[in-house]
Design a protein around this ligand. Structure first.
Ligand code: NAI
Length: 467
């Protein structure tokens, strides 16, 4: 990957990571504005040495570079210097930084202001000055430098963490705003041995975590070949990984009914649930972030409920698909169970074809056998101690009310059925509630064979003012 013809501004390029980015881009043909205030790691002093040294290194290696000693707080001057020297600007690497680590209790206003000014304000000012030029040229690459301290928090770095997350927010919006103009904005959270880290990391680590490892990613993100924008990467010590937001499955309360602190506490598991990959989401923009909220608004007002039944959750719930296999033995036992051919040599010998599978009239299946595959689903759940979401009652409250079983054609003497089960109706009968569950059983060819509807009377569970 080459950068011939490109002009890069690298802030804070007199040391550490910035120096390494500048050297790599210059070695690959970019003309580089090496900016560095030349101050101390904690924001004091200034000198021309840091930038000059790096410019000399680049020139010695046959590259092209110009030094600039402005503070990133004067972003416009840095961009002007690049335009004066090279006539254009293609790449902006916001890297300059200082530390003022101190616990929050002891943090002075100055510690806070200075760190925000250099990191957040500096990244804004340099990028803001470069932005119109990138747009006019029809594109460009911007790199922002955040930190794991911002992403995860770190003791003694409240100012730095706030500034670094501010930078990430800035980058995310610029990625959206730059899209039309082919301006790509990406953010790195690096780790490298430098004068900023040598006071906190062991010597071996400082030596091992070479800035060059970080610069390889930065250069790729700055190359026309890379189409990424709005991305965040952790990088350093040989590790390269994208970082994204992950949102838990979450809990949705339908609108229009009271949402109490107790209800939120009760839903804590769902609010924090990252366990099911298909229910976890990774929003990339505001529309993605708003999606579940919009769905909830479109779903309309709550249908109510109480501590036994949450109609919003339960109504329409589809149970996991279940299979049920039976053969002649089950069919014959069922028939015997309900009294078929109880008198096999006497009056009821005409019922033998229900219980004898090689009967000369053929083997008949009692149509009411069709109730079994439907019941099976519910019994399996009851045995497993499971219930549908929103059905917060035990079997002790349940009375089997009405039952309908529809058999679409004569049942075969053996089959492997797939049953789909859904809660189709819920009624508030005042004192009690009715929960109506429908099961649809399909044969091996997918043909619907049996439809069951069970009405469960849930004693003492009504009274929420529902339909
Ligand atoms: P460094 O101290 O070696 O280099 C930073 C350079 O920025 C210095 O040369 C300094 O003179 C310059 N600078 C400071 N204030 C400036 C200003 N107002 N205007 C222009 N230049 C200024 O530090 P390092 O480690 O290379 O850090 C580079 C960036 O990476 C910083 O933004 C830092 O917060 C970030 N970072 C570094 C990590 C690491 O492990 N080294 C970890 C996470 C983030």
């Amino acid at each position: 990957m080459r950068f011939d013809g490109k002009v890069a501004v690298v802030t804070g390029a007199g040391n550490g990571l910035g120096r390494s980015h500048a050297l790599l881009l210059a070695a690959r043909g970019a003309r580089v504005l090496v900016n560095d205030l030349g101050g101390g790691a904690f924001g004091g002093g200034e000198s021309t040495q840091a930038a000059d040294r790096v410019v000399a290194e680049i020139r010695d290696a046959g590259g092209e570079a110009v030094a600039n000693y402005a503070s990133v707080e004067d972003g416009a001057r840095i961009v002007e210097a690049a335009l004066d020297a090279f006539g254009r600007i293609d790449i902006v690497i916001n890297n300059a930084g200082i530390l003022r680590d101190v616990s929050f209790a002891k943090m002075s206003r100055e510690d806070w202001d200075l760190v925000l000014r250099v990191h957040l304000e500096g990244s804004f000012r340099v990028t803001h000055a470069a932005w119109p030029h990138l747009r006019e040229q029809g594109g460009g690459r911007v790199i922002m430098t955040t930190s794991a301290a911002g992403l995860y928090g770190n003791f003694g770095q409240a100012n730095y963490s706030a500034a670094k997350m501010g930078i990430l927010g800035l980058a995310q919006t610029l990625a959206h705003e730059g899209r039309k103009s082919n301006i790509h904005v990406n953010t790195i959270a690096p780790i490298a041995g430098s004068r900023l880290t040598e006071t906190i990391l062991a010597r071996e680590l400082v030596d091992a975590l070479r800035p060059e490892y970080v610069s390889a990613l930065v250069a790729y993100l700055c190359h026309d070949e890379c189409k990424e924008s709005g991305a965040l990467f952790e990088v350093g010590g040989g590790f390269f990984a994208r970082v994204r937001w992950e949102r838990a499955a979450g809990k949705v309360f339908r609108l229009g009914r009271e949402i109490t602190p107790e209800a939120v506490a009760g839903a804590w598991e769902a609010v924090n649930d990252f366990s099911e990959p298909e229910r976890v989401s990774h929003p990339r923009d505001l529309a993605g972030a708003m999606a579940p909220i919009m769905r909830n608004i479109q779903a309309g007002p709550s249908r109510g409920g109480n501590r036994f039944i949450d109609v919003d959750e339960a109504l329409g719930y589809e149970f996991p698909e279940s299979t049920f296999e039976y053969d002649e033995r089950d069919v014959a036992l069922y028939a015997l169970g309900v009294g078929a051919a109880a008198d096999p040599t006497g009056e009821r010998r005409g019922e033998l074809h229900f219980v004898y599978e090689t009967h000369s009239d053929g083997f008949w299946v009692l149509p009411t056998f069709g109730v079994i595959p439907g019941l099976d689903v519910m019994l399996k759940m009851a045995r497993a101690g499971e219930s549908a979401p929103g059905c917060n009652y035990g079997l002790e409250r349940l009375l089997h009310g009405e039952q309908s079983t529809e058999v679409r054609r004569p049942l075969p003497p053996r089959a492997r059925l797939t049953t789909r089960t859904k809660i189709v109706e819920i009624y508030d009968k005042g004192e009690n509630a009715l929960v109506i569950t429908e099961t649809r059983s399909f044969d091996e060819r997918g043909e619907e064979l049996i439809v069951n509807r069970f009405t469960a009377v849930i004693r003492g569970a009504g009274g929420w003012g529902g339909e």
